[in-house]
Structures are given as C-alpha cells and as structure tokens.
Design a protein. Structure first.
Length: 146
C-alpha cells in the first residue's frame, strides 16, 4: 500500500479533497503552505495521519482564497482565527487567519506528504501556544506528549 493509498483509506477518500485544494491554490497562483500535522509529516520519522489539513496563505490572499475554495465546492464556516472547509471526505480543511503564520508561505518549498505534492514552510517555528519547538532537526514536545 502506498502512502497515498494509506492516507486515502484513513481519511475516507481525503486524498481527492487535498489534491483538489492544492490544485485550486496552484492554478490561482496563491502563495500558500501547509502547517500543522500535515507539514510536520515532512520531518517525522514515522508518518502521522491526521484528518485535519491546516494551511495558510499570504495575508493579501485570504478573501480571494475563501472565494476560490467555495467556488470549487468546499463549503466554509468562519471562526475568529480560521475558516474551515469541508470536501467529500473525512478531511477537515482549515485556513488559518492568524497573523503569526502569514510569513510562512513566502518561505515555503514543495514537499511530498502522503504521496501528495504540497508546500511546507522552510525552518518553521512553533506557535507559542503549541508548546512545541523545532530545533532545526526534529520536533520536540509533540509526538510523544499526552
């Protein structure tokens, strides 16, 4: 079983939703990157499956991105710090609107995550509320904490 097949199995068809998300952002030339568990998979020794796909876009692209994804068939729900989208699978897609992340897309690079080409930040730092940090080689205080 490939990484993509495993992810698809774990998320009830989530690969299609993630690929549609990436395609929508790339076709529209939106500056974006994955954050959270999806991005951490790039560094993880053991793959971690998450049904949340967290991403961020450049601050001047937030409203345009919301409109693009709604037009592409992703219903949305707005919250104070995010806009959540649903596709056809068990995957929950979350656009973070927190200022903390808005520089991440400008320093992102392509990365294969579960067999899907995404973008991940270069040299990320953890959100202060997350209780984790990246020391340049590994994530500390995240994968083994209760």
């Amino acid at each position: 079983m490939t990484a993509k097949q495993f992810y698809d199995w774990q998320t009830s068809g989530g690969t299609d939703d993630v690929m549609r998300l990436v395609d929508c952002l790339e076709r529209a030339d939106v500056l974006w990157c994955a954050i959270g568990g999806v991005a951490v998979n790039h560094w993880a020794e053991q793959p971690m499956v998450t049904q949340d796909v967290d991403f961020v876009v450049a601050s001047d692209s937030v409203q345009r991105t919301i409109a693009l994804l709604e037009e592409a068939g992703f219903p949305s729900e707005r919250f104070e710090w995010s806009v959540n989208f649903r596709g056809h699978s068990a995957v929950s897609i979350q656009l973070s609107t927190e200022d903390f992340y808005h520089e991440f897309p400008s320093r992102s690079v392509p990365a294969d995550v579960h067999g899907v080409l995404c973008k991940r930040p270069v040299n990320p730092v953890a959100h202060p509320r997350a209780g984790i940090r990246h020391d340049g080689g590994s994530w500390t205080g995240m994968l083994n904490d209760p």
